[in-house]
Design a protein around this ligand. Structure first.
Ligand code: ZN
Length: 320
């Protein structure tokens, strides 16, 4: 008996020592805290019956509550997981059953690795391919953050039936990446567009355009973006949850589509008129807020991100 207790105590002490070794092996706690980006606090707000949106950091996360469980659209950064699960618990005591990724960037799919422990993660097949290929979704989170590959993929459309409700995730073509999908809640007439639509306002004194990012390295297309949105607009909806920015209406998305087209046609005409790369860059910088200077190598920040793949953009529009 005594020996057994002693043995247990030894094992506990050993565990404590091992834990200490692990902490020391990864650097002091203070140093580790410096390396890992702190998570910003999240908030949850209602959108429509049983549908909520979580915001605060990264992309907008839709939370759909049903009698059989909760469906999420996107899961932000890896570091937001605990807070996100806590926010979901304030509106439902049911488990999270499905996470639908709109695309693979880590401000939208960064929580996959943790979500796979409790739910199915569903995405377009190109999302899984992109994640397998680059091994790091976006570089915005702390380097080395684990990647979670979706365990269910599809090519055109997939419907999730849960609690007497249906949620459809659909691929309409290229845009922000080569694997963007739109998640449609037909009962509510709501869509979550991911980063195919960003609802931040544009300065009133600037030409029509949109603060978009075309991720050419992962299949994005400026040229095809509006056609993809045309597919989205064929759905019957009145409320839009964008990838980033406030919840908007169908009319706002129609306007955004026109703004993307206006910007694209202007740039394409400039390129075809023989403008140099520098002239194109200057227009982007002066009129659309894209930044060519002062950009840190990592992580990419607003304005700098768009510039990274300017050569691909010019090449694509030259062929228009
Ligand atoms: Zn994105």
């Amino acid at each position: 008996m005594t020996r057994s207790v002693t043995s247990i105590m030894k094992r506990i002490r050993l565990s404590v020592i091992l834990l200490g070794t692990i902490v020391l092996g990864g650097g002091s706690p203070a140093l580790y805290a410096q390396k890992v980006k702190p998570a910003l606090p999240l908030t949850i707000a209602p959108v429509k019956d049983n549908l909520y949106v979580i915001t605060g950091e990264g992309g907008n996360v839709a939370v759909y509550v049903t009698s059989e469980g909760v469906v999420l659209v996107d899961d932000m950064f890896y570091r937001n997981y605990d807070d996100m699960v806590a926010k979901v618990a304030t509106v439902s005591d049911r488990p999270i059953k499905y996470v639908l990724n709109t695309h693979q960037h880590d401000d939208h799919a960064g929580g996959n690795a943790k979500m796979l422990g409790i739910a199915n993660v569903i995405a377009h097949e190109n999302v899984r391919k992109n994640l397998e290929h680059i091994k790091q979704p976006y570089y915005e989170d702390t380097p080395g953050t684990p990647i979670g590959l979706p365990n269910i993929t599809f090519s055109r459309e997939l419907a999730v039936s849960i609690g007497g409700k249906e949620i459809r995730t659909q691929y309409f073509g290229r845009g922000h990446t080569g694997g963007d999908v739109v998640v449609y809640f037909p009962d509510l007439k709501v869509v979550h567009t991911g980063d195919l639509y960003l609802s931040f306002p544009r300065p009133a004194d600037k030409p029509r355009g949109a603060g978009i990012y075309v991720d050419y390295a992962q299949g994005g297309s400026f040229l095809e973006w509006t056609r993809t949105l045309d597919g989205v607009l064929a759905l019957d909806f009145d409320i839009v949850i964008p990838g980033h920015g406030p919840v908007k209406t169908r009319q706002d998305l129609v306007r955004f589509r026109g703004d993307v087209e206006a910007m694209r046609d202007r740039i394409a005409a400039l390129i075809k008129s023989g403008a140099s790369k520098q002239q194109v860059l200057t227009v982007f910088e002066m009129d659309y807020g894209w930044k060519s200077t002062g950009c840190p190598p990592s992580p990419p920040t607003g304005g700098c991100l768009q510039y990274q793949q300017m050569d691909s953009l010019i090449e694509e529009l030259r062929g228009k």
